[in-house]
Design a binder for this molecule. Structure first.
Ligand SMILES: O=C(O)C1=C[C@@H](OP(=O)(O)O)[C@@H](O)[C@H](O)C1
Ligand SMILES: C=C(OP(=O)(O)O)C(=O)O
Length: 417
């Protein structure tokens, strides 16, 4: 059991020092899967070890992949080119990447795979991905449109085209792309609908696939062609997590300090690194921020916006409602616990009624994390400037950034539990 709550003590000084974000969750879970699908031994360095990546690694082990962990940031993955049917359902907690990626990869298994998660994951939609698998002739079903998903694969599929609506989650598209290299012929993965979550995640997928030997090209604005190469083992280095970096970038500007992350923002390939340009404009954030291409950075930006000179409206964030929790609601209600009306919703937009004079005040507020790591981590930023901010269920940060509170402590931020 984690701690019930943590109260942040405003440090009252600029945060100065070196603080490295952990390895990227998105890239670690892609690399683990691709290494698991490959024949041979891959060495993944700079990896994230957290709940989400542990669930992925455990699931792969249950499907016959050998994974050694010689240190805190390395996975040595040995596969034989084929995942095996696991003896029991795969339990993936609330890890969206692991759940979506393995649901598609299950189609490459000869036998039954049940993909399941915790109570939160059982509310996160996966119907479009299941329908896409069915359109490929794969026996897949999810009674509620959310996990559990049952896939009875034959280990092969023959179709050469699959359509997918990525409006609710780009992870469906990534999942199909990674699985498509295991087919019998070239497969076109084609987007349906106008919206997809951050396209940058598809770029991450394509880059990781290529690193493990796949041949994939973008054949139009809405389609990728994947050759039936399978994957080969590779040594692969994982960059730090850009979404985790946003908390440190925001802590730096909020405290007027200097935090050396070891990697400049311009060197990240993940979509959330775009948030750096916004964060560095603080306290003059734009009046409207489109979150569609940097979704996981929105909690960080929304809490930062509370201290901005002028109000900020966040648009393009409708699918934040189907993340670990309804993040639009968690942000509006958390902000309004600090000061009524600080966060409001209009449709799916979030409006933050900024007030720089919040800094230095005492405003006791208990913030419900809704078991969502990003809500816990972002509201901790408010605690750097406001006395009395208490984060409930603070250890939910273990999903992607288990050392978060220690990293803040190393920068001089004290907490009471
Ligand atoms: O592909 C990925 O690694 C991710 C894609 C995004 O999710 P959606 O595509 O569901 O929006 C993001 O929020 C998630 O944290 C990681
Ligand atoms: C949405 C997130 O995670 P996932 O979809 O991978 O569970 C996140 O990490 O913010």
């Amino acid at each position: 059991m984690g701690r019930a709550k943590l109260t942040i003590i405003p440090p009252g000084k600029p945060l100065i020092g070196r603080a490295m974000p952990p390895g990227s969750k998105s890239i670690t879970n892609r690399a683990l899967l691709l290494a698991g699908l490959a024949k041979g031994t891959s060495r993944l360095t700079g990896a994230l070890k957290s709940d989400d990546t542990r669930y992925m690694a455990e699931a792969l082990r249950a499907m016959g992949v050998a994974i050694d962990e010689p240190d805190d940031t390395t996975f040595i993955v040995t596969g034989d080119g084929k995942l095996k049917s696991p003896a029991a359902p795969l339990f993936l907690g609330n890890a969206g990447t692991a759940t979506r990626f393995l649901t598609a990869a299950a189609a490459l298994v000869d036998g039954k795979v049940v993909v399941d998660g915790d109570a939160h994951m059982r509310k996160r939609p996966i119907g479009p991905l299941v329908d896409a698998l069915r359109s490929l002739g794969i026996d897949a079903s999810a009674e509620t449109g959310c996990p559990p998903v049952t896939v009875n694969g034959t280990g092969r599929f023959e179709a050469s085209r699959v359509e997918i609506d990525g409006g609710l989650s780009s992870q469906y598209v990534s999942a199909l792309l990674m699985m498509a290299a295991g087919g019998d012929r070239p497969v076109d993965v084609v987007l349906l609908g106008e919206h997809i979550g951050a396209l940058g995640y598809i770029d991450l997928t394509v880059a990781a696939m290529r690193a493990f030997g796949a041949k994939v090209e973008r054949v139009s604005a809405v389609a990728w062609r994947v050759q039936p190469t399978g994957y080969h083992a590779a040594d692969f280095h994982i960059e730090p997590d850009a979404s985790a970096a946003t908390y440190l970038w925001a802590a730096e500007v909020l405290s007027g300090g200097k935090i050396d992350l070891g990697t400049p923002a311009s060197e990240f390939s993940q979509p959330d690194a775009r948030a750096y340009d916004m964060i560095s404009q603080f306290p003059h954030l734009p009046a409207v921020i489109d979150g569609s291409q940097m979704q996981d950075a929105i909690p960080t930006l929304a809490v930062l916006a509370a201290f901005n000179e002028t109000p900020v409206r966040f648009v393009g964030i409708a699918n934040l409602r189907v993340k670990e929790c309804d993040r639009v609601r968690a942000l509006s209600s958390g902000l309004s616990r600090i000061v009524p009306g600080l966060g409001t919703e209009e449709g799916d937009d979030l409006i933050v009624a900024s007030d720089p004079s919040l800094a230095g005040k005492t405003l006791p507020a208990e913030i419900d994390s809704f078991a969502d790591h990003r809500i816990a981590m972002s509201f901790a930023l408010a605690g750097l400037k406001i006395d009395g901010i208490t984060i409930l269920d603070p250890d939910c940060v273990a999903k992607t950034f288990p050392a978060y509170w220690n990293v803040l402590a190393s920068l001089g931020v004290a907490c009471d539990d």
